[in-house]
Design a binder for this molecule. Structure first.
Ligand code: FAD
Length: 404
């Protein structure tokens, strides 16, 4: 009898953790497991704000897939997914195709620009290793060029971050730490540099505890960040941004606009004909796509409603990892002929947002955390993930071991 073939698309948090769970739990020859990913490495998306600002080397965020995946149990295919042919149970790759008995879609997120003119073309986004390397190099180039220009251009030193959600705030915290070092390196007076955060909502970190938000705002302002809250980016041009607030329009010239204001699920999901809201499939409780009993969706491509407030859970690594556990359990049950599948229920342990070196805010359980304690907690969360993925060896190799 041929073994059931499980194909996992994407080796981010959701995909790689599903593969690792399956490799631990399947018996020899129980299933053929194939993991497909664009690159031969997994990267820690939740760390990307650091290499984007240049406060960490991007290599620290990546983990070679062969270091955590057992090639005797999981066949890794480095390729790019182009389309999923649902009815034919086939995945089209750039360099071939794969058929499957069971499919796990874990292709992650894309920036959502909400139709704002020029944003897609002119703004950077924090998305993967390639995108953050480009941001870091671009910013360094602006600083390096400033004193070489005949006429010193302020737009080279005006850094705009669109969006004050989790990613925007974590990035701006790192940027505020990096700027004094860049000024030092390139002989630039700090007062010539502007770091501006633009957010349409009246507050940063919407949904966070107001006291923690106030703390974050004070810390970042002390580091020289200017906030423009309740302000819309109307347009992003090659020269900068056009903002509007209360019918007042303002143009800020800038060579560096980084958009962090929204994400959606990978467009491959919608383009392959799955019913989705902004690229996210509203999955059944067992994480299967409605109408497709052999297709699971996890991570940022999946949409799950929080029954307590009837709103979707925000896309997070925390949820993606937990979904991977349920997804692997359910795949095992299916291949072992057990039709009774486990229901997924997120167990939100807390949320911690970093504000740069040694500073963070967060909640763990119902406890509020600030400053260095929150920052240490953030590192513990990061290390815990590495432990789940690759055991103590991976924590020692890639972990954040200096907590304070
Ligand atoms: P991803 O981690 O995005 O992985 C998707 C994978 O699919 C990648 O390996 C990618 O290369 C691959 N892929 C994509 N397209 C293709 C294709 N066509 N073919 C082949 N492979 C493909 N969440 C938290 O819980 N806590 C945090 O502190 C936190 N901080 C964050 C900070 C930043 C800067 C950012 C950007 C996000 C943060 N998040 C955080 C959110 C979290 O990173 C995402 O929710 C999480 O990465 C989603 O996991 P995923 O497995 O769905 O996708």
């Amino acid at each position: 009898m041929s073994r059931p073939k499980i194909v996992i698309l994407g080796a981010g948090y959701g995909g790689i953790m599903t593969a690792v769970r399956l490799q631990k739990q399947t018996n020899a020859n129980e299933a053929e497991i194939i993991l497909v990913n664009k690159h031969n490495y997994h990267y820690q998306t939740t760390w990307l704000h650091e290499p984007a600002a240049g406060t960490m080397h991007h290599d620290r965020t990546r983990i070679m897939i062969n270091d955590v995946v057992d090639e005797n149990k999981v066949n890794f295919v480095q390729d790019t997914v182009v389309e999923i042919k649902r009815e034919e149970q086939k995945v089209i790759l750039e360099n071939g195709e794969l058929d499957y008995d069971y499919l796990v879609i874990a292709l992650g997120f894309e920036p959502e620009t909400f139709g704002i003119k020029g944003l897609k073309e002119n703004a950077f986004s924090i998305r993967n290793i390639d995108s953050v390397r480009k941001i870091r190099e671009h910013i360094e180039y602006q600083f390096a060029s400033y004193n070489n220009d005949k006429e010193k251009k302020k737009e080279r030193l005006t850094l705009i971050v669109g969006g004050a959600g989790f990613t925007g705030i974590e990035f701006i915290g790192e940027l505020a730490d990096r700027v004094p070092k860049l000024c030092n390196e390139f002989d630039i007076d700090r007062s010539n540099v502007r770091i501006i955060n633009v957010e349409a909502m009246p507050t940063l970190l919407p949904g966070f505890d107001p006291e923690l938000v106030e703390y974050a705002k004070n810390i970042l302002e002390r580091k020289g960040v200017e906030f423009k809250l309740g302000t819309m980016i109307k347009e992003c041009t090659e020269e900068g941004v056009i903002l509007s607030k209360d019918d007042q329009v303002e143009e800020i010239k800038s060579n560096t606009v980084v958009w962090t204001g929204g994400v959606r699920g990978n467009s491959i999901v919608e383009n392959s004909g799955f019913e989705a809201m902004r690229g996210r499939v509203k999955v059944n409780k067992d994480l299967r796509a409605p109408g497709y009993d052999n297709v699971f969706v996890v991570g940022d491509c999946a949409l799950i409603i929080n029954e307590e407030n009837d709103r979707p859970y925000p896309p997070t690594a925390q949820i993606a990892i937990q979904e991977a556990y349920t997804c692997a359990t359910n795949l095992l049950r299916l291949i072992r002929g057990n039709e009774e599948l486990a229901s997924f229920k997120p167990d939100i342990k807390g949320t911690v947002a970093s504000l740069g070196e040694g500073e963070a805010i967060g909640t763990v359980g119902n406890k509020k955390l600030y400053g260095s304690t929150a920052s240490a907690m953030k590192k513990i969360i990061d290390n815990r993930y590495l432990f789940l993925l690759g055991g103590p060896g991976l924590v020692l190799k890639k972990g954040k071991l200096k907590l304070f």
